[in-house]
Design a binder for this molecule. Structure first.
Ligand code: ADP
Ligand code: ZN
Length: 727
């Protein structure tokens, strides 16, 4: 029988009769199979006998792939992940496949082409394209690049690049051609400093073995140069490199650096690609044609037949963990993949996760530190400012305003960081003090002034800003507190001679806007940049010498056990944006808690000491990484339904031997920290175990049991292994 993984929420594979000879159905090939009343695309995972009588089995409708689309290695990885995360195997395979292959589509690979400016294009007077700004920017992008640029780069530069490029070609300003990568010469890198060299050498000496490294290097210490140095060697051996990062906003610079340093085909895989683009990039990787793949989370499943090196940049970042459906952690899966393939894997960060730091102390991860900024940059100075004192404006302290004046007058740039979108987080009646809440969530509505809307940042519901209080008819509704929009407004008024640029999810929601905004910041077109955590990550703004952090406190009192870790990572990452070039930077942190011991520790002793301290707290509290946890979440339309469902599960789980032998503690049910979200009442159970094994034994039994339980149909439920946040 053919064993097929079908994307349905059931923890099992399905048996089908072969329609042609059995050995034609190789693992990793897609098949079209009858399912329920219709048919579905599934992935063959093997062959074997069936528990069902032959008469119950149906034949496969069609074998979709002559050659398996997923390599044996990826099939095994997905099966492993399905077991580890206790997630239905068919859904795991669906997550690993590009969208078009999830359906029964296929696409013919096309050879990748490159673009460059012609002589005429390079010499063009920019005025001649003043009426076609997109073409002009694209042409400038081509002329500024040292090597011809690939389609992937054009797309990252501007998602709407295709038509303007055709115009440029028609006008004879740009040309398209098919590069011969074998004839390109790699651009040599910097001479590595001794720490960089030691890190790179260790990985290079261990090619072909499982060699996991934590590359713990402060921002700007030249981690990327280390990746490149190792990658050069890997590519020269005819092997491939897979680099994962949390967000694609970071990739344009990185892609260009990799391509010129390695002179090979680099593909980018991320969610902003359309289905065809994604499939083509995926196929180039799977065919071994792309030397390097740079991608976000889901790219961890990219088949790469010659994979020789894995790199996870910003390994601490929470967005490497999928937060819904198949809740895998790309870093952790990458580690598994590297171990199975026996290849080196480098986890890079300026603020490593507590998990990785703990693995270093346990001896399962090799540590390499980069302690100095590469090149001329100097470490920034950090200052705590009491946010309560000093008459500021909308939470912006006078001290920050003064420093801004100084820095701006020197022609340098400022980043003001506030991790809250919108105009103000609270709209309150002046008379009865009632606050406008979301009708569906336990949350306040955020005022968005530009669009004159109230929005819930949790469920996305929105409505017009009311004119009066719905409770007491009061006429005066006050906007309390500030988000990015308001800070933008205040700073625009205070500094009329400078351009303020806002970078948050609202201002960059349209395709291509994020890149455009980042370019405006990098080019100096805007001098004051107001933004959310989007700004914290790897972007390079060499002229920024002052960073103000407005709401450092939110992490100190977060509901989540990871809140403090994340706050510290954010502060250090944001601070890393200051003084990237030769100019010394300053970071001004506004807080209501200047005396907070952890904040003090972070500033005085640095992230490493701070993290050690936090690790000892986690150990004392028996939290991860010293224990292993899983969360069973449930929600339902009516109050108490999820709670009583979970109470039933507590009893059920309690009857399992590992719970009785106290191998696993079952805590709860408890309300989710935000009990009502999008109109549903949410509750959760926490499983905590000292050892991973009993936890997995329990869940491996519980998951299929829950699938069969009639009461499971009355709620929406999910299992989250190593949950990243408790919300
Ligand atoms: P990170 O990834 O650690 O933040 P980068 O790799 O982006 O750091 O390096 C920061 C800057 O220092 C870059 O402009 C890079 O070109 C430069 N750089 C890196 N290594 C060296 C080196 N060995 N010598 C001179 N400059 C370097
Ligand atoms: Zn809501």
């Amino acid at each position: 029988m053919v064993k097929v993984a079908v994307a349905v929420p059931l923890s099992r594979v399905f048996d089908y009769l072969p329609a042609i000879r059995l050995d034609a159905y190789r693992a990793g090939s897609r098949v079209l199979v009858p399912f329920g009343r219709g048919q579905k695309v599934g992935v063959v995972v093997g062959a074997g006998s069936s528990d069902l009588p032959l008469s119950k089995l149906k034949p496969v409708h069609q074998l979709l792939d002559d050659e398996p689309v997923l390599s044996e290695e990826i099939v095994a990885l997905v099966e492993w992940a399905s077991g580890y995360y206790h997630h239905p195997v068919g859904e795991c395979f669906a997550a690993a496949l590009p969208g078009l292959l999830r359906k029964n589509g296929s696409a013919k690979p096309v050879p990748p082409c490159c673009y460059q400016a012609t002589e005429e294009g390079t010499a063009l007077d920019t005025d001649e394209l003043s009426r076609a700004p997109v073409q002009l920017r694209l042409l400038q992008f081509l002329t500024a690049s040292a090597v011809p640029v690939s389609e992937a780069e054009c797309r990252l530069f501007d998602p709407r690049w295709s038509t303007p490029m055709k115009e440029l070609i028609r006008k004879g300003l740009a040309e398209k051609f098919w590069p011969d990568y074998s004839s390109l010469t790699p651009v040599p890198g910097f001479a590595l400093n001794s720490e960089q060299q030691a890190a790179a050498d260790a990985a290079k000496d261990n090619l072909g073995t499982f060699y996991p490294v934590l590359l713990y290097g402060i921002t700007g210490s030249g981690k990327t140069e280390v990746y490149l140095d190792v990658a050069r060697q890997v590519i020269s051996r005819g092997q491939q490199v897979l680099l994962l990062l949390p967000e694609i906003g970071l990739t344009l610079q990185l892609l260009a650096r990799f391509r010129s340093a390695l002179a090979c085909r680099v593909e980018v895989i991320h969610s902003a690609l359309n289905d065809t683009e994604r499939l083509l990039a995926w196929q180039a990787a799977a065919a071994g044609e792309a030397g390097v793949v740079i991608g976000t989370r889901s790219a961890v499943f990219t088949p790469m037949p010659e994979l020789g090196l894995l790199v996870i940049d910003e390994e601490h970042d929470g967005s490497l963990k999928q937060q819904d459906g198949f809740r895998y952690h790309a870093r952790d899966l990458a580690l598994v993949r590297a171990r199975r393939l026996k290849i080196p894997i480098m986890l890079g960060s300026a603020t490593p996760s507590l998990e990785s730091l703990n693995n270093v102390s346990r001896g399962t991860l090799n540590l390499h530190r980069l302690t100095a900024r590469a090149g001329p940059a100097i470490e920034p100075q950090m200052i705590l400012v009491d946010g309560r004192s000093g008459a500021g404006e909308q939470g912006i302290s006078q001290r920050l305003l003064n420093m801004m004046t100084e820095v701006l007058s020197r022609g340098e740039q400022v980043i003001v960081f506030i991790n809250r979108r919108g105009y103000s987080p609270v709209l309150m009646c002046d008379v009865c003090k009632s606050i406008v809440d979301c009708a569906n969530c336990d949350a306040h509505m955020t005022v968005h002034e530009r669009s004159a809307r109230l929005r819930c940042h949790h469920c996305g519901s929105e409505r017009r800003v009311p004119q009066h209080c719905t409770v007491c008819e009061g006429q005066n509704l006050v906007k309390v507190g500030a988000g990015t929009e308001r800070v933008d407004e205040v700073l625009s008024e205070k500094f009329p001679d400078y351009k303020v640029l806002r970078i948050d999810r609202d201002s960059t929601s349209r395709k291509g806007e994020l890149q455009r905004h980042l370019q405006m910041a990098a080019s100096g077109e805007a001098q004051i940049i107001v933004g959310t955590q989007m700004l914290a990550k790897g972007h390079d703004f060499p002229n920024v010498t002052l960073v103000g952090i407005m709401d450092a406190d939110r992490g100190l009192f977060g509901a989540d056990f990871r809140a403090i870790e994340q706050m510290a990572q954010l502060i250090v990452q944001v601070a890393g944006r200051a003084g990237r070039a030769a100019k010394k930077g300053t970071v001004l942190i506004q807080t209501q808690n200047t005396e907070h011991p952890l904040l003090q520790k972070l500033l005085q002793e640095g992230y490493g000491e701070f993290a050690n301290h936090l690790l000892s707290e986690r150990k004392a509290a028996a939290w991860p990484p010293f224990t292993h946890v899983a969360l069973l979440r449930a929600d339902a339309q009516a109050n108490n339904v999820a709670q009583s469902y979970l109470r039933q599960i507590v009893e059920l789980a309690g009857s399992h031997p590992v719970a009785q032998s106290a191998g696993v503690m079952v805590l709860g049910p408890a309300h989710a920290p935000m009990e009502r979200l999008a109109g549903r009442f949410r509750a959760q159970l926490l499983f905590v175990a000292d050892q991973r094994k009993p936890l997995h034994q329990l869940l491996a039994w519980l998951r299929p049991t829950l699938e069969k339980l009639p009461s499971s149909r009355k709620v929406r439920w999910s299992i989250d292994i190593d949950p990243h946040d408790m919300l």
